[in-house]
Design a protein around this ligand. Sequence first.
Ligand code: FES
Length: 145
Amino acid sequence: MKETKAESKRWTRIALCDDIPPREGRAVKVGNREIAIVNLGDRFLAIDNRCPHKGGPLADGIVSGTTVVCPLHAWKISLETGEGVNSASASSCIETLRTRVEHGVIFLELADNYRKGQEDGMQELPVLCVETGGTATAAESRPAT
Ligand code: FES
């Protein structure tokens, strides 16, 4: 019987809370993937930043309750489950990621496959600086807290 290796995950600093206004999302790059971080006011949720329809940037969508409406063709996606919640998107689903906040910094629980594309030997991903009104961002190293 073939054994499968357990997927390795770890908490990684990803953005500053103050960089994402309430009821808005921002896209951050992690390795070769993009993740939408959304500020619901009382918590931050994270999902892949690719709409399951045609890859629209969900970080730029309209946040409504715990859902986001894709800016391209209005598919509505749950930020909690990644599932489509309107008739057009009902059979679709994208990946969600666990978040936590510590000392004003948002952490994501990332599997190692998210980290591909990072420099070899990097101990910790940098905190990503999020530009207001924009998408992906440049990286800036910050000391661990
Ligand atoms: S790409 Fe999102 S609804 Fe079409």
